[in-house]
Design a protein around this ligand. Structure first.
Ligand SMILES: [Zn+2]
Ligand SMILES: [Zn+2]
Length: 246
């Protein structure tokens, strides 16, 4: 890590075993992110009832590893693969509880990114997030120093959730296949004073190039949340662009 340029962190990434929209395996992701000059990645795989019990951990897979063991498998593989390139990998999640999941007939629809959560906490509590409402999930995070951030709040079908029960807003989601209307998210973030974050929402090769630049390397997941709270980080607003102060 060079002191002058800061610590380039991917804050929104999915792997191939997480849902059928994630196309790249940990080994390929490590190479892609090394080539793109990243220092770290937060692995934020989808955590919703449909993907978890259907795709990630169907009954025949969960027998040996358990449901959350299946969920965390790619995280640990990514950590190993990235270690070979000197890239840190931090646990995280993109949670969509039952009340706001896309896999129901009506609104509201939303997803929350968790920053600061550890793999052990995901293993123990991950399934219980699904039945929590926003306030319950916020309190669970808040008590532990974890940040609850609404992902791409202005994307197509998403609804902006209650800002009283959020720590942050994803102001830059640079997924090339969606219009996340990031300018509106940035405006909301500034208006509310919440913590801004940015990430590629990586699903496949060519989707990298977004993220956040931190003033220093996080020691672990909780330290990442602490650094974000200090608000000295910069955000990459456009895919492949420079990081800017918000
Ligand atoms: Zn999402
Ligand atoms: Zn995502």
């Amino acid at each position: 890590m060079q002191e002058t340029r800061g610590y380039k962190l991917e804050m929104h990434l999915h792997t191939s075993r997480n849902s059928d929209c994630g196309k790249e395996c940990p080994k390929d992701i490590a190479r892609i992110y090394a080539d793109a000059g990243y220092d770290g990645i937060v692995c934020t795989n989808h955590l919703n009832r449909n993907d978890l019990y259907g795709y990630v951990a169907p009954p025949w897979k969960r027998l040996s590893r358990g449901v959350m063991g299946c969920y965390l498998r790619d995280f640990f593989e990514l950590k190993d693969e990235c270690a070979a390139f000197g890239i840190d990998v931090f646990a995280g999640a993109e949670v969509s509880p039952d009340q706001v999941t896309y896999y129901k007939p009506g609104h509201p629809y939303a997803e929350y990114l968790l920053y600061g959560v550890t793999a052990d906490e995901l293993r123990e509590y991950g399934q219980s997030f699904l039945t929590m409402d926003q306030e319950q999930l916020f309190r669970w995070c808040d008590e532990r120093g974890i940040l609850l951030v609404q992902a791409h709040p202005y994307r197509e079908i998403c609804d902006v959730m209650d800002v009283r029960f959020l720590h942050g807003i994803e102001v830059a989601n640079t997924h090339p296949g969606h219009d996340s209307r990031n300018a509106l998210a940035l405006e909301l973030c500034k208006r509310t004073g919440l913590v801004p974050t940015g990430g590629s929402d990586f699903h496949y090769r060519g989707g990298e190039g977004g993220g956040t630049v931190l003033p220093r390397a996080p020691k672990d997941e909780r330290d990442l949340a602490a650094i974000l709270r200090e608000r000295r980080h910069k955000i990459i607003l456009a895919q492949g662009g420079e990081a800017v102060e918000i």
